[in-house]
Design a binder for this molecule. Structure first.
Ligand SMILES: CC(C)(COP(=O)(O)OP(=O)(O)OC[C@H]1O[C@@H](n2cnc3c(N)ncnc32)[C@H](O)[C@@H]1OP(=O)(O)O)[C@@H](O)C(=O)NCCC(=O)NCCSC(=O)Cc1ccccc1
Length: 154
């Protein structure tokens, strides 16, 4: 497969489908209250109402909640760029907590910095009241469906 640019890979129908699926299905996004808002080629915007999240003893939202949200959007942003049925498997994610997060509305966005046929490097940032509170960067492996992998190995 030839190396394609992000704009050439972008599938708007897949992006729409991701918005519908991710915002309706139960699971971690529902648990965290995170909603995907909008995709563009290699970009994703989201928000999460952290009002109901259990705070740490210091009264702030647990860092793991913010990490899970950034993990979710760094994976999700890749889907409109990869072949239908492939899996975006996060293999590494590093994160800086920059400021304490109080209960309220968190805004987070993800950007694909680079993508090949096998992996993507993605950056994500989280904001509270316009202030940067966390930044992450990760590697997403692009994994073919098992049936394709199994046929190639046979
Ligand atoms: C698969 C790979 C990434 C790379 O493996 P490779 O270099 O290709 O090596 P190899 O071929 O040796 O396979 C190794 C093992 O993988 C298995 N396998 C292979 N292909 C498939 C397949 N198609 N489906 C299922 N399994 C498959 C294979 O059977 C073998 O299993 P075994 O060891 O025999 O039992 C592996 O390192 C891995 O799974 N890492 C963990 C990633 C992870 O769980 N990340 C966190 C969740 S992602 C997330 O949350 C992001 C997100 C957010 C929002 C929305 C959506 C997404």
């Amino acid at each position: 497969m030839a190396r394609l640019r992000i704009e050439e890979r972008y599938d708007d129908a897949m992006a729409e489908s991701m918005l519908a699926i991710s915002n309706e299905m139960p699971g971690l996004p529902e648990f965290l209250g995170v909603r995907l808002l909008r995709f563009a080629a290699g970009r994703l915007w989201s928000e999460a109402d952290l009002t109901g999240q259990v705070p740490t003893p210091s009264g702030n939202v647990h860092g793991g909640v913010v990490a899970a949200i950034l993990d979710h959007i760094t994976g999700a942003v890749v889907y409109p760029l990869i072949p239908d049925g492939h899996w975006g498997a996060t293999t590494e994610l590093k994160l800086n907590y920059i400021a304490p997060v109080a209960a309220g509305l968190l805004q987070a966005d993800a950007t694909v910095l680079a993508i090949t046929n096998r992996s993507a490097v993605v950056r994500a940032e989280a904001y509270m009241d316009g202030r940067l509170v966390a930044a992450a960067q990760g590697t997403i492996a692009i994994v073919a469906p098992r049936a394709v992998t199994d046929r190639a190995a046979a």
